[in-house]
Unconditional design. Structure first.
Length: 106
C-alpha cells in the first residue's frame, strides 16, 4: 500500500438562500489536501457551480501554509471574491483549519 504524505480535510457551511450554490448544494463545502510536513495546501475543491470559481479558489489557496494566520487568506477572499457566498466560504475555511489544527496537535 502506498504511503500518503498528505491529509484530506473537509468542512461545510450553510450556503446563502437565493444563490445557485444553495439551489444546487445547500452548503458551501471545501475539501483541502494538505502536505503533512509543510502544512501547505496542495489541492483544493469547493462546491461552486462554475469551473471558473473552482479554479479561481484553487489558485488562491494553493501553497498557503494552513497553520498560518487564517486572516491572511480571509483578507484575500474578501478582496478578490465578491459574491453572496463569500461568508459561507469563509466559515467553511475556518472550520477546516480548526479541524486540521486539532488533528496535528494530537
Amino acid at each position: 500500500m502506498q504511503k500518503l504524505n498528505t491529509i484530506l480535510v473537509t468542512a461545510y457551511a450553510k450556503a446563502p438562500h437565493g444563490t445557485s450554490m444553495y439551489e444546487v448544494y445547500k452548503h458551501a463545502g471545501i475539501v483541502l489536501e494538505i502536505d503533512r510536513q509543510t502544512h501547505k495546501i496542495i489541492d483544493a475543491e469547493f462546491t461552486f457551480v462554475t469551473e471558473l470559481a473552482q479554479d479561481f479558489f484553487k489558485r488562491m489557496l494553493i501553497n498557503f501554509d494552513f497553520t498560518s494566520d487564517i486572516n491572511i487568506l480571509i483578507g484575500r477572499i474578501e478582496e478578490h471574491y465578491l459574491a453572496p457566498s463569500s461568508g459561507s466560504v469563509i466559515v467553511a475555511l475556518k472550520s477546516a483549519q480548526k479541524r486540521y489544527l486539532e488533528k496535528i496537535s494530537k
